[in-house]
Design a protein around this ligand. Structure first.
Ligand SMILES: [Zn+2]
Ligand SMILES: [Zn+2]
Length: 349
């Protein structure tokens, strides 16, 4: 299968980001990202879907949308909508109606930053997902590069440190978000996990300090969602768009943080009477195999519990019964053990 690196969830000048679509496209080419899913707040920008090219390199930009009710206080329940061709912001005040309408239109919906703390030093309120009665969504944003900042930078001094050295921010998905994901999976539903950057590339001025904080290139080199597709991008926009969204909808993807080491090449497969990859359901027993581009501390998780933890570049496991199996990997980076790769599950029945 072919691997496409997707950076998803970012903002442009159409909402509260500082960059244009063309600047995002150039940043993707510079950092080797294949696909950008741009999600401005409450607007589906038309006419910007395009390929950006540099020699043989190609990056595909697709406009999507991040929707939330702007009249709600605090403004919780942000939803990422992918694969849509019409604006759904008019349904923002009813998350279930919104999710159902996106699904009916053939789109995908992901609960954005399900846990997103306040940041009183900057007047930011808690914008976690709150409406847990909703059903029918594709998945959730397990790791969000920007909401993680709020958990490490609680004051202005911390924020200045991380503005200059953003590579110190990523530690892994928030434990509470991982717990929410495992709980949802335990109910028997398929829930696809993606990693988003929530990039804004905002300009910061504090006295003599002027800086673009967390530029797009930084985000594109950090947390990405890698999809496995039947082939590479073809150059046909409609075909490529369909291929990317089908892979995401099926959960044929993993989250990779490229700061500690490159994550391209990771694979998690099952071989039994049937074979499958992340996102697939397998009947009967299977041998699970996780292969990593380099050695790491690997955890095999079954139904939310760690059943194996080894330091290696390959993990093999013969299933001993039905369960939802997924893999996490950690690497030592900048003095700490940090999250590196998080797979989507293989569902063994
Ligand atoms: Zn948001
Ligand atoms: Zn956002």
């Amino acid at each position: 299968m072919n691997e496409l690196v997707i950076n998803l969830h970012m903002h442009t000048t159409y909402s509260d980001g500082s960059g244009t679509h063309a600047e995002l496209g150039r940043a993707a080419l510079k950092t080797g990202v294949d696909v950008l899913l741009v999600t401005d707040h409450n607007i589906l920008v038309q006419g910007v879907d395009a390929y950006y090219r540099d020699g043989k390199k190609r990056a595909l930009l697709l406009a999507c949308e991040e929707i939330h009710d702007q009249d709600r206080d605090p403004q919780k329940n942000h939803l990422l909508a992918f694969g849509i061709t019409q604006d759904f912001a008019n349904l923002a005040d009813d998350p279930q109606a919104l999710i159902s309408a996106i699904r009916k239109a053939g789109g995908l919906s992901f609960l954005a930053h399900p846990v997103d703390l306040d940041m009183p030093a900057f007047g930011e309120t808690d914008i976690s997902w709150e409406d847990w009665t909703v059903t029918g969504f594709t998945g959730l944003e397990l790791w969000n590069g920007f909401s993680e900042l709020k958990t490490v930078a609680r004051g202005k001094l911390d924020a200045i440190f991380y503005a200059f050295w953003p590579k110190y921010i990523p530690h892994g998905p928030l434990p509470k978000t991982l717990q929410i994901w495992d709980n949802l999976l335990s109910t028997g539903q398929r829930v696809v996990a993606v990693g988003g950057s929530d990039a804004h590339a905002k300009h910061m001025s504090m006295g003599f300090l002027h800086r673009t904080i967390f530029p797009y290139e930084y985000h594109f080199s950090a947390i990405n969602t890698h999809t496995l597709t039947p082939g590479p991008l073809t150059g046909n926009l409609l075909e490529d768009r369909k291929m990317v969204f089908e892979a995401l909808a099926a959960g044929h993807c993993f989250i990779g943080n490229d700061l500690p080491a490159p994550t391209r090449g990771f694979r998690f497969t099952a071989q039994g009477r049937e074979s499958g990859i992340m996102g697939d359901a397998i009947e009967g027993g299977a041998t699970l195999q996780a292969k990593f581009p380099s050695s790491a501390q690997i955890k095999l998780i079954k139904d939310g519990k760690c059943i194996k933890s080894i330091h290696a570049d390959t993990l093999l496991h013969v299933t001993d019964g039905p369960g939802v199996y997924r893999v996490e990997a950690y690497k030592q980076y900048l003095g700490k053990q940090r999250g590196w790769i998080f797979s989507n599950p293989i569902y063994v029945s």
